[in-house]
Write a protein that binds this ligand. Sequence first.
Ligand SMILES: [Zn+2]
Length: 528
Amino acid sequence: MTVFEHKGKLLIVDCGVLFPEENQPGIDVILPDFTAIRSRLKDVVAVVLTHGHEDHIGGVPYLLKERPTIPIVGSRLTLALVTAKLEEHKITPKTVQVKEGDEVQFGPFGTEYFAVNHSIPDGLAVALRTSAGTVLCTGDFKMDQFPLDRRITDLGGFARLADEGVDLFLTDSTNADVPGFTTSEEDLAPAIDQVFRTAPRRIVVSSFASHVHRIQQVIDAAERHGRKIAFVGRSMVRNMGIAAELGFLRIPKGMLVDMKAIEKMPDENTVLICTGSQGEPMAALSRMANREHIIEIGEGDTILLASSLIPGNENAIYRIINAFTRWGAQVVHKGNAKVHVSGHASAGELTYCYNIVKPSAVLPYHGEWRHLTANAALARKTGVADDQVFVIENGVSVDLVDGRSSISGRIPAPYIFVDGQTMGLATETAMNDRKVLAEEGTITILAIVDSTTNALLEPLEFFARGFVEEKGWEENANKAITEALAGAGPRSKTSADELEALMTRTIGRWLSRRHRRNPVVTTIVVDE
Ligand SMILES: [Zn+2]
């Protein structure tokens, strides 16, 4: 989420979510922190969405919960996807549909839209014209010269804008450290066709539920080889329905059937297209791998993972590949066949862009630190002044005054965790507790004491979950705590709360020293 402020009004470009990594257990999604704009929501003139990926639109329902009337601006497909998502949250948004070439004024911001090519159709870059200067945001993009829809990134438009002068250029960094050029989507056709030519039985394809062009290639191959297709998984069914309805996905008549029908067909005439390419445990693909799905994968079946392998998901994906191969299936993935290309511009394309846009200042965005740094280096190499290239963390603000940019301040921008129905309640502290619980387990100690003397009336009781130790640890722990309690004196000197703290501290220290263990310890003192 990027927020632009001008003359007291705010314009937001994209509002996405992050997906949790292994060190964020139990988290559903991660939102940007709206704290800094919460008191100014009435000043927001628009949220411009560059494309329909979750990391650019996933936060919109949460933002609109705070002010449902904020206008949502985007292309036809992007708006259809975000509207379907908002429907699930029971929100009907106020939308403004735009397409490449359009110019629309929102408060003090003049906006213009340019076609960009990416791994989802109908992406847009947006230029903001203000009295302080002109900004160009690429969103996510690449420069595939042969995309399936023949809608290429509008470098001509970028060049026209460059003639006016681009004061600040925000550009996609995801592949900035990859040399050369991202290969074309159409280059995948031979490898996908090879899968269809040689698969003896059923084919199961897994991809992102938004990768319309990849799925189009699968459908085209299925058509050539006389197979019927079925979509599996809620988001796949929903998104492909939207894409087909709007004409972004072409499904030949009679080719799409439902799961019930496909189960009755000979396996060699079928293709299942499902989500779960990142090993998500609840998705159809994982459940098939674990034989928890109605579709039983076995000898002769072919699994095609036509997608990227997002760092952090490797273990989950290889677990699935192993499970399928154990059932006798063949798994085709980007590691053994050319079945995936990235959706982002590599260093070569980014360099072209810098030379065409000729920006005065550059703010690399979308990517991790190493990507931002690589992108910044490219900008400098094309001649952007050293002090006009901004590699910044979330929350840092950049001022653009009279065409010159500078870092002006910073606001806190922590991750906001969504956990079940809660938003922002699960904190970093909770994440640490969960990690400790996972690694060390927990011990609860129950102490029944005399309410005046604080003397133990019964032996301590230990309840351990996930904590394991050689037999006899409880007796030794008992001894350590009993000694500490004896030193605590009567209730007039040490309250029940203090007694609990003392026991927790004692057992914590003792376990750490004696057993090199740090479980979560809870102590309960019951007065008799
Ligand atoms: Zn994207």
